[in-house]
Design a protein around this ligand. Sequence first.
Ligand code: SAH
Length: 235
Amino acid sequence: MTNADPQELAKFGDLAHKWWDPESEFRPLHEINPLRLDWIDQLSAIRGKRVVDVGCGGGILAESMARRGADVLGIDLSERPLKVAQLHAMEAGVANLDYRSVSAENLAAEQPGQFDVVTCMEMLEHVPDPASVVKACTDMAKPGGWVFFSTINRNPKAYLFAILGAEYLLKMLPKGTHEFARFIQPAELARWCREAGLDMGQFKGMEYNPITRRYWLSGDTSVNYLLACRKPQST
Ligand code: SAH
């Protein structure tokens, strides 16, 4: 049994050809990428590090980490985004970058403790059993390695901003991109991380001003947020 929802994978597959169009449905991912990339790099200094990007999609984050000198493996279970990612890396001539269709759980079983940095961004809220992905991400990290997540909080404000605002009013995302019930409260994510054996690091909120189209990191985790954790040196 794979921990994946075929409808979710198909949703991303259907839009895959637009992944690298910065004005498409993927505009928000393009716009937030410099912010999250800098944050990940500041904390974990990715140059020369072995990184796995879980749920990499068309490769916006994975490719940008490889451009910074990391040795990156991107994994996803939706085939078309992976093909788009591969093609884009080839055309851009980015080295140190590979893509594979494999689940987080299977890669964790195959290569436990092999990665200095694990990133899993905007993916947990699309998965039937996110705690299992958190555990797999933890298992893939080396002792002392970093594990990063980002997702969307579950509360009335997040419903208003991430679904009504982004999908219906501003039409930044296609209707049905996100399902409210799958959103994740920071306390839930923190609990899964602790249960997986991670040391809790820092939460950051990610805020957006629709008029200036600017994103920034803050202490406000009420809608979009990120979490940085470390795997203890010895478990
Ligand atoms: N992490 C990327 C893409 C986010 S879009 C970024 O932030 O830029 C969400 C991605 O998660 C899609 O590519 C989708 O195919 C992938 N995904 C959804 N369920 C998955 C699963 N069970 N296993 C692996 N990838 C999954």
